[in-house]
Design a protein around this ligand. Sequence first.
Ligand code: ADP
Length: 171
Amino acid sequence: MRLEAIVGDITTQAVDAVVNAANSSLLGGGGVDGAIHRAAGPELLQECRALRAGDLPDGLPVGQAVATGAGELPARWVIHTVGPNANAGQTDPALLASCFIESLRVAEELSAASVAFPAVSGGVYGWAMSDVARIAVQAVSGFPARSVELVRFVLFSSDAKAVFDRRVDIA
Ligand code: ADP
């Protein structure tokens, strides 16, 4: 599996699966979540509503992941995961690691070869970018991948990319 970090917009990534830093409701929010829903169009929200009406009446728990189609995004699937919210006292690194591991598990179920991740919990949810990078790269590089050949961390700033690069280089 190849790991890379780039500066970019996750909504434009032509990979098999893009990961969404969603919230438990799965019904949209700000940050990456808002950008993904805006770019994907109403089909994505419909699919999320269907999940809520079906298997996930109480929403998606922190650290879990679930896939939908990708609407009008260039990707094939969106994998929604819910990061821990440090501002609400969710500071257990295992919860954040679980987001990356469960997302990859879902990607494997889809036989995805390429997956793009944002800095889950590194925005409104208040985790330090250095912690997100360390936990993300450790979780991904320890994952026993079969179908997934490329994991791309798509960061919104060159500072965040530099933080991820340092971790990717020593992985
Ligand atoms: P969380 O609520 O999990 O913290 P956010 O969406 O607030 O998620 O932020 C996660 C990270 O994603 C932040 O570093 C933010 O700057 C970045 N981000 C926001 N929009 C995009 C985008 N379109 N593509 C990639 N990263 C983005």
